[in-house]
Design a protein around this ligand. Structure first.
Ligand SMILES: *Cc1c(COP(=O)(O)O)cnc(C)c1O
Length: 345
């Protein structure tokens, strides 16, 4: 059975064009910086984000960790959202591996960290205090609904960082979704930041890999630390070849995923028994809760949906997150809406 897989955009398998490019990729030893396909990808990613240089990394988690390790020393503090991937979904790598102290700031409903909260979280010089080194934001903000953060907001965070001598990192796992949702060039969203990580392996459909972008000096340091973490790969042009197609072909079509998420949201709004968030449909994600009168558990609904050919995943004890992507068409969206309506009727 062919399932409609709405669990995440990480489930995207490579397109036939990607598989062909992977098979034919020119490769070399990337630890020697000898892989022409990786080099090409890194030049392209840096130029698209408007930064000097970039580095191909095995995962977004490693990309974020490298940024944290370059910007902060052991014992330094990094301001992070309390609902950020860095804070809750990266196995505590920043503290376990970097000795970096997280300073969580509340993510507002719109995904932002309130500017006053950021200012108030910057440590003053005092023998008791840690040293604040870094501000991190996430764009799109996943847990808050896949919401995009505007270029204006990002610039304001950048100004706070600059005024206080701090570095500024964006976890832009889905920054191309943010750019599409806001209808701005991704460069504008990246400009205020010292470093940005984004994933090739999600809405951009590549099978593996993320990019870290920043200054030449920052990337040189990140390359050294990537080797330390065991992320120096050899003939990895076979993966970079897919990533190049991601950058060439996929940013321009993300609007289709967002339109389908909006249709999914509108359809699910008609289904009795679901409470949809207000920020939904802003990019490629739809979050909703089960109404109090629904007796079925999240797990039972997952099983029933699977019987109807649709894979969904939970996002809390009474909560779901559905994600549209390249391999979900209009029929898939209809199937998901009809499936949930049928199960909850
Ligand atoms: C997926 C994701 C990452 C990193 O993901 P990997 O699975 O390690 O590639 C980082 N931040 C956010 C917001 C994400 O959604």
């Amino acid at each position: 059975m062919e399932y409609i897989d709405l669990r995440s955009d990480t489930v995207t398998k490579p397109t036939p064009e990607m598989r062909e490019a992977m098979a034919e990729a020119e490769v070399g030893d990337d630890v020697y910086m000898d892989d022409p396909t990786v080099n090409k990808l890194q030049v392209k990613a840096a130029s698209m984000l408007g930064k000097e240089d970039s580095l191909f990394v095995p995962s977004g988690t490693m990309g974020n960790l490298l940024a944290l390790l370059v910007h902060c020393k052991r014992g330094d503090e990094a301001i992070v959202g309390d609902k950020s991937h860095i804070y809750i979904n990266e196995a505590g790598g920043m503290s376990a591996l970097g000795g970096i102290h997280p300073r969580p700031v509340i993510n507002q409903r719109d995904g932002t960290l309130a500017l006053d909260d950021i200012r108030a979280s910057i440590q003053t010089e005092d023998v008791h205090h840690t040293i604040t080194r870094l501000i991190c934001i996430e764009n799109t903000q996943n847990v808050c609904g896949g919401v995009p953060l505007s270029a204006e907001y990002t610039a304001q965070v950048g100004k706070i960082a600059k005024d206080n001598g701090l570095s500024f990192h964006i976890d832009g796992a889905r920054i191309f979704n943010a750019a599409a949702a806001l209808n701005v060039d991704v460069k504008e969203l990246a400009a205020p930041a010292d470093s940005v990580m984004f994933c090739l392996s999600k809405g951009l459909v590549a099978p593996v890999g993320s990019m870290l972008v920043g200054t030449r000096k920052f990337i040189a340091r990140a390359r050294h630390l990537r080797k330390m973490l065991g992320g120096g790969m050899r003939q990895v042009g076979v993966l970079a070849a897919a990533g190049l197609i991601s950058l060439e072909k996929m940013p321009g079509r993300l609007g289709q995923d967002h339109a389908r998420a909006k249709n999914l949201f509108e359809g699910l709004k008609q289904v009795k028994g679901l409470k949809l968030d207000a920020t939904e449909g802003s990019s490629n994600m739809v979050y909703f809760d089960l109404a109090d009168h629904i007796r079925l558990t999240v797990d039972e609904i997952i099983v029933e949906m699977k019987k109807r050919g649709v894979l969904v995943d939970w996002a809390g004890p009474r909560r779901f997150r559905l994600v549209t992507h390249y391999w979900v068409d209009d029929t898939g969206v209809d199937k998901a809406i009809k499936g949930l309506a049928d199960i909850l009727k």
